[in-house]
Design a protein around this ligand. Sequence first.
Ligand code: B3K
Ligand code: ZN
Length: 844
Amino acid sequence: MRDATPAQTKTHLKDYATVPVTVTHVDLAFRLDPQATRVRATLTCRRQGPGPMVLDGEGLRTLSVELDGMRLPHDDLIDGDRMTIADAPDGFVLRTEVEIAPDRNTALSGLYMSNGMYCTQCEAEGFRRITWMLDRPDVMATYDVAIDADLPVLLSNGDEGARGRWHDPCPKPTYLFALVAGNLVAASDRFTTMEGRDVALNLWVRPGDDGRTAYALDALKRSMAWDERVYGRAYDLSVFNVVAVDDFNMGAMENKGLNVFNSRYVLASPDTATDADYANIERIVAHEYFHNWTGNRITCRDWFQLCLKEGLTVFRDQSFMADMRSEAVQRIGDVLALRARQFREDAGPLAHPVRPESFIEINNFYTATIYEKGAELIRMLRSIVGPDGYDLGVQLYFERHDGTAATIEDWLHCFEEACATDLSQFKLWYSQAGTPTVTIRQDWADGDYTLTLRQHVPDTPGQTGKSPMPIPLAFGLLGADGTEIAATRLHVLDVPEAVLRFQTPERPVLSMLRGFSAPVHLDIDLTEGDRLTLLAHDTDPFVRWEAGRMLAKDRLMRMVRDRTAPGAAWLDAVHALATDETTDPAFRSLALGLPSEDDLAGSLHDAGVVPDPAIIYAAREDAHAALARRLADDLPRLRAGVATPGPYVPEAADAGKRALAATLLRLQTRLDDGNAARGAYAAADNMTDRMAAFACLLEAGDDDVAAAFEEDWKHDRLVMDKWFAARVSHAPPARAVDVADLLTRHPDFDPSNPNRFRAVIGGLVGGNPAGFHDASGRGYDFVADWLIQMDRSNPQTAARMSAAFETWRRYDADRQALMRAALGRMRDRATSRDTAEMVGRMLE
Ligand code: B3K
Ligand code: ZN
């Protein structure tokens, strides 16, 4: 039965029009109360063209509306979520008073409560849940905010005057507004900008969490220094506040001068956070800080331009991380994430261009395509115009568009002008969805080496017959003995087919797509011998890793198809790399990692084989077991070689050693039933090592360890999120749904907390694919039931997680029918337009 039919109205890029009346200053007075918060908004308005002023408001109890001091009959002006002021004068003041109930706001959008603390999330369209306003990014205003509440800490954007009185001099759109009020304590530091501004840095946390702030504060200072050094951009207010909140729909939010973070991406101590947590904190702190220039000072004209701030800011955070840690390891990690999320998205019903042309619910477009592919576009642009050209273009962008709401065209024009180049073909990357395939065929005869390069951009929902795009291909050539005979060069493939010719006395080994220079699939005629040469010798770490990964993938695909054994050549090559103690441990750990189950399912599907998740799981198990046996004699020595004695330091070098140690321990566990892991668990003096051993023990079927871990950490919500997720991810697939179901009955399972919900439901979908895809369909039903329930309280989180079903077309007829049935149920029971749009697109 349909409970309600959420409105499915589309917004189109082509319909963009500026507002006839804009708002230049916003004065907000809050009287906070959980059930009845009063918000008085005084908007300074100015006409800039003909037409009525149409304000946005959602779920507000409107108490009064006044125009230049004259009371208006607000019931007559309001129609659902809109209020229309028909005959507004040229300049006027609009004052409204509304009442809202933050403690009933379970959507975590607008003003809501988390553990007694008031908090806001306005991007993309949450401000309208606080008060009437032109809730769109091209309306930029200065703000004065007064907060009245009986709470020790009252924060908003900008600089504080009297207590709870904030002034933000930088014009900003509504989505960057923030308010926080609660019982919080600050860890503080200072930073002096290159312009000589003394900035107070405060990281606000709940009392008790103050011992976990040092790393984020340090990452913030390093981000500020990096943006000055690399982009010449300094911070512009006298205070930078960051708040940690437990209930948050995403990672963090870049509100001007008042960043709000999901506490898992800001709080860390060696005892409670893993190396991966530290790296995420460093990256996300940097990302939100970098938004101050790329997003806040220059914002987006409309939400179709979202990649203008997100793609660029992701590219900036990736570059920062490459500088802070290992460039090679960072790049391989970026590519792994891109392929796992964005290539998957691009290959299914949710595929969309980096700049979409329409949407129903904008929150559904905070996707891997906008973020990660958006970042790849910036990276390609930089390689096409070169690093100096990139600097010129980006500086022109900052100068020309500072203080405005800009478009992709504005961005590209800066590069066309600064680099005297034509980017009209490059712009196709923004409008054509789908991952291109580049096919490479080699020919060598009598010293003539010919490379034939072809590109194909696949059809995607609503888009067929695409044009060739400029694809920057970085490549080099090796001799048969592995020495480099041609250093890296760049060819921009901008036609359907091109032929390159070289003179080489012997048939070379092609090292293609160095540094993963373009977000494409490569169909390349390398032999197993070529791949072994690249894995052993290439100068480009990405290609080296990729060669190993392709070998592993070929092997695993054969194991799945033909039920064969892993094969000695591959095992020998991995053995050689794993035991080469001169190679960076982080790289060795990555090279030992097998392609994920989901990656294999996608590749099998592309190769015309219907993937069976249970068989994929079994093949990976067999491959791991074979690797363990091949390395059996070396494991104890290799583990000892990457020990990190002394106190835990969250730095890349040690993290790389711990990552390799964890990979080796996992192999060891297959040989000794968990003996070594039990020792490692008992000896662990940090959460990275403890979680690594815990995962091994769960996989070895040691049930006692789960209870022991819980007993030790039940007081700590962030650590318990790991416990919930690990128990589901590392359960045997046949039991995974039962384990997840049991965990949803645990007294500490609170579905209203997105982190906890994602730990269990997301732990099944992402962490235990063979369990989720159980042939009975129980996994699909379990997830669909929870998403239907979640949709009623928190549509954004439910809609985002519904992408669990986006790959349904890959599978066999039975699984397809079961997944479609689950989606159909979600469509019929969806109460939000968020989830209705997502399942509708998946079923189209
Ligand atoms: N800009 C926010 C994301 C907002 C998501 C709204 N549904 C975080 C970020 O990208 O930095
Ligand atoms: Zn961002």
